[in-house]
Design a protein around this ligand. Structure first.
Ligand SMILES: [Zn+2]
Length: 77
């Protein structure tokens, strides 16, 4: 599967994940995520990554989780 990397909305995704977008921008971003497989994978990866990072504060990431992360990361490229 080949896709053109979508670089224009990485900043938008960051803000979206941080919950810092205005309501209208959230809607625009969600519509974009629906239409753009590249950003959807990026978003899923970032969201998982953040969840793991939060978890890592209290417990170390297991080898299983970190290999899942690595697989996700390479599929998002
Ligand atoms: Zn995109």
């Amino acid at each position: 599967m080949s896709e053109t990397p979508c670089t224009g909305c990485e900043d938008l995704l960051e803000l979206y994940l941080d919950g810092e977008l205005a309501e209208e921008a959230v809607r625009t971003t969600e519509e974009h995520l629906d239409a753009c497989g590249y950003c959807r994978r990026n978003y899923r990866f970032e969201r998982l990554f953040r969840a793991y990072m939060r978890q890592a504060i209290s417990e170390p990431i297991s080898p299983e989780l970190s290999s899942k992360l690595a697989a996700l990361k390479s599929s998002a490229k």
